[in-house]
Design a protein around this ligand. Structure first.
Ligand code: HEM
Length: 236
């Protein structure tokens, strides 16, 4: 069970991140079969086949958080951007095939500012997991566990992560644009998108609290500082 929530909305944000039910090129090799039976997610999914999973991922996330703290917000955002496009299947970690006309998700315009530290974290964790439990754990599960670890390392609660996700094979940049909210979306547009994923207004508000953590590039809000809707004034 997750730890009981405190009154802070950012804590609620962290609690709800696990509602989001996102792999590097070496992870892509794990997505093999086309037809796969549905899996029942569970907290102890790897209890028999890879009991050390969370400990292994934890060793990587805690080291990353010390050495490159931006890995925290970067990984949480990576998880979100994966989950909103074709579900939490780590398809965002797949690289564009050399010579392919269709770019992969990670190369979509809306994903260009995802930080390299997030990809490095999942890659490192995946390498260690593969050494101990070869071919058992999906990158989608590694990403979900790593995102939870960073929530906790940043001062949020610890919650149990259900596991058993399949890794996706399909990763298309063309599927990103309409599934990831933009900085200039109205609330109505954001809500429509969240509703389409089965998430509510409350989820939208709470999850948006993730922005108490991390950075935004100036280009995302410079218009509101100096030229709000063409007025040449700041956003009132
Ligand atoms: C509600 C609609 C959302 C919009 C419009 C939005 C938009 C943005 C934008 C424009 C940035 C700055 C990106 C940059 O300049 O590099 C950002 C950063 C971030 N977003 Fe969101 N986002 C939304 C929802 C979420 C959700 C649901 C989560 C996770 C639960 C999330 C987690 C983050 C984090 C952690 C960062 C900081 C990333 C970093 O420092 O590397 N966002 N978001």
């Amino acid at each position: 069970m997750p730890a009981p929530p405190s009154s802070s909305s950012s804590v609620c944000t962290f609690l709800l991140i696990f509602l989001l039910a996102v792999r590097a090129s070496n992870c892509a090799a794990k997505a093999t079969k086309n037809t796969r039976p549905p899996r029942q997610l569970s907290v102890d999914y790897y209890a028999k086949k890879c009991p050390q999973l969370e400990q292994i991922v934890g060793s990587v996330t805690s080291q990353q958080f010390k050495e490159a703290p931006v890995s925290g917000p970067a990984t949480i955002r990576l998880f979100f951007h994966d989950c909103f496009v074709e579900g939490c299947d780590a398809s965002i970690l797949i690289s564009t095939k050399p010579g392919s006309k269709e770019l992969a998700e990670k190369d979509a315009e809306d994903n260009k500012d995802l930080r390299v530290e997030a990809f490095q974290t999942i890659n490192k964790a995946n390498e260690l997991v593969e050494r101990k439990c070869p071919g058992i754990v999906s990158c989608a599960d590694i990403l979900a566990v790593a995102a939870r670890d960073f929530v906790h390392l940043a001062g949020g609660p610890y919650y149990q992560v259900k596991k058993g996700r399949w890794d996706g094979k399909i990763s298309m940049a063309s599927r990103v644009q309409y599934n990831i909210p933009r900085a200039n979306f109205t609330i109505d547009q954001q809500l429509k998108l969240f509703n389409s994923k089965g998430l509510t207004l409350e989820d939208l508000v709470v999850l948006s609290g993730a922005h108490t953590f991390g950075f935004a590039h100036c280009k995302q809000f410079v218009g509101r500082l100096y030229n709000y809707r063409g007025t040449k004034q700041p956003d009132p």
